[in-house]
Design a protein. Structure first.
Length: 168
């Protein structure tokens, strides 16, 4: 029989995060549409074999349109990556001796952060304990923060898991 336990860490500012995610998503889509339109205009109107001075002027103009299209595409990419920082939560699932930590983007997209077997766990404890500070100071230990909040919610506490998972 499998044991299953799930807990979630939701951002305390989830309304603000959802609003910022929505704004960045809309802005990124606008830049994507602009980039596609500019690049299509560039590709179908650029005079590839210009011989006259007038054609070279059009080459410069449509070359500028192409550069604007590429910069709009780069701006879309930046906004697309930046929106992943907002409206983030974490899910912690314990399934039959295995802890699975997932990062959840905008409630509907999940990314597995870690899958830790109980046999690999060395120590589990509260971060307010002095042993956490000692472990944190160890250069062999890598700290991975799996919560969107700076402070624990009411009735909850932050805990650490020390494991042999890609190092300590």
């Amino acid at each position: 029989m499998d044991a299953f336990y799930e807990e979630s860490a939701v951002d305390r500012n989830s309304k603000r995060g959802a609003r910022m995610y929505r704004i960045l998503h809309i802005v990124s889509m606008v830049f994507l549409v602009i980039a596609i339109l500019l690049l299509i205009t560039f590709l179908f109107n650029f005079p590839w074999q210009a011989t006259t001075d007038e054609a070279k002027g059009w080459q410069f103009f449509f070359g500028f349109i192409g550069v604007l299209g590429l910069s709009s595409l780069a701006t879309w990419f930046v906004f697309h990556k930046m929106k992943a920082r907002f409206n983030v939560s974490y899910d912690y699932c314990f399934v039959s001796g295995e802890l699975r930590i997932s990062k959840v983007f905008n409630i509907n997209r999940r990314k597995l952060v870690a899958r830790i077997d109980c046999e690999d766990m060395i120590q589990v404890g509260d971060i307010d304990n002095s042993s956490y500070e000692r472990l944190k100071a160890d250069p062999m230990t890598k700290q991975v923060i799996c919560t969107p909040n700076d402070e624990a919610a009411e009735g909850k506490f932050f805990m650490y898991v020390l494991a042999n998972y890609n190092g300590k």
